[in-house]
Design a protein around this ligand. Structure first.
Ligand code: PLP
Length: 384
């Protein structure tokens, strides 16, 4: 274990709690595919995957073949879906490690079939991706029947299911709500086209976290929660909103991002702090130095605005956040904050943090997803 004080603590009980909430909300007849891509949004994909597997969750979703291989090498046996596209160089690894791709387009289907043929693989499961309005991967609904035929032709691949992804399901604006409904209907059309072509559409899935919580009629056979697993609500689909529509869905942040005070220095009125001299002391004060910076994922755009918690009180970060350090104003008369004190940047209530990744996201004009996935490799994850 590294001894560095800047680290991310993972509250395993909270992760388990969130997965239990998800299971309850999905019900017995809906499969769950937990998005563990990007190392579980920075939360350790192996930890999440093992826990999910223990709880009977059947599917995991990664973004790259390498992420899938890492899970297999760590003994994960659950189905692994890969949500992004890969190149033909990686096809043999899909077969070797039993990783299920989401595919579309005749060209790719042909290449994958050829690779399967070369590797002596038969009936290899794939999902057909449908672009129902996300404007990203997937064939258009009217092409789904022909694509499905192409997939099963020759017996090298089998259609395990069909997926689509929503573009604005995390919004409550009327035009966005109706866009999601249109996407849903368009996906249903795609399913119909596949069935009409005489091919079983298999496991149908369209819900991310937001739609899972807010569009219960769209669950189909499988839901694909990501962000809620790690304790954050997707944009406007907040806990308060859900309560207002009688949906008591409660989750807890899993990660606490913490460091320690490594120096305390007196600053005189007029002295500046950090690069660019963007902050100048208006009066004499004391500045605590923290060994955490943007190379750890504490994005430069969090200052000004970011407040950290020391001994239960919030203190503002001053001046620019550097690559490896940042500075906090603790005030001239502060005799509470001591050298080596623990500093919480964000975390669940029980960590003592008074801010969450959601608060940081607001300051940085981004979303909790980006705050969490930005926590870099240099920051050791410690499972509590
Ligand atoms: C990332 C992703 C998800 C999970 O999204 P959340 O908003 O985190 O729930 C689901 N489906 C696809 C295709 C994704 O890329």
């Amino acid at each position: 274990m590294m001894k560095r004080c800047t680290k991310a603590i993972l509250y395993k009980d909270n992760l388990k709690y969130n997965l239990e909430q998800i299971k309850k909300a999905a019900g017995e007849n809906t499969k769950i595919c937990v998005a563990v891509k990007a190392d579980s949004y920075g939360h350790n994909a192996i930890l999440t995957s093992k826990l999910a597997e223990e709880m009977g969750i059947e599917y995991l979703a990664v973004a790259t073949v390498d992420e899938g291989i890492e899970l297999r090498k760590n003994g994960i046996g659950a189905n692994i879906l890969i949500l992004s596209l890969c190149t033909p160089e990686e096809y043999d690894e899909l077969f070797e490690y039993r990783i299920t791709p989401m595919i579309f387009s005749f060209e790719v289907i042909d290449l994958l079939k050829k690779a399967a043929c070369n590797c002596g693989v038969k009936d290899f499961p794939v999902f057909l991706a449908i672009d129902s309005g996300m404007g990203r991967v997937g064939c258009y609904p009217e092409e789904a029947g022909e694509e499905a035929k192409k997939i099963v032709e020759g017996g090298f691949l089998k259609l395990e299911g069909m997926c689509t992804h929503f573009a604005v399901s995390d919004s409550l604006q009327e035009n966005n709500v109706s866009y999601t409904q249109k996407q849903y209907e368009s996906f249903c059309k795609a399913v119909e086209n596949v069935e009409k072509a005489g091919i079983s559409s298999g496991i149908k899935s369209c819900c991310n976290s937001a739609a899972f919580l807010n569009n219960k009629n769209m669950h189909f056979d499988m839901v694909r929660p990501g962000i809620i697993t790690y304790g954050y609500y997707p944009d406007e689909i907040t806990e308060d909103y859900l309560k207002s529509v009688n949906n008591n869905f409660n989750i807890k942040p899993v990660m606490a991002f913490e460091t320690q005070v490594v120096a305390i220095k007196a600053f005189k009125k007029g002295q500046s702090v950090s690069y660019g001299r963007t902050w100048v002391c208006e009066k004499d004060t004391k500045i605590a130095i923290l060994p955490v910076g943007y190379a750890d994922g504490l994005l430069r755009r969090f200052s000004p605005g970011l407040e950290v918690t020391i001994r239960g009180k919030k203190y503002p970060v001053r001046g620019r956040i550097c690559m490896d350090q940042c500075m906090v104003d603790i005030g001239i008369d502060n005799d509470e904050v001591c050298l080596w004190d623990k500093v919480l940047i964000f975390g669940p209530e029980e960590s003592g943090a008074k801010t969450t990744a959601e608060n940081l996201a607001k300051i940085g004009n981004t979303i909790s997803y980006e705050v969490l996935t930005s926590i870099s490799k240099r920051v050791e994850r410690i499972i509590l």
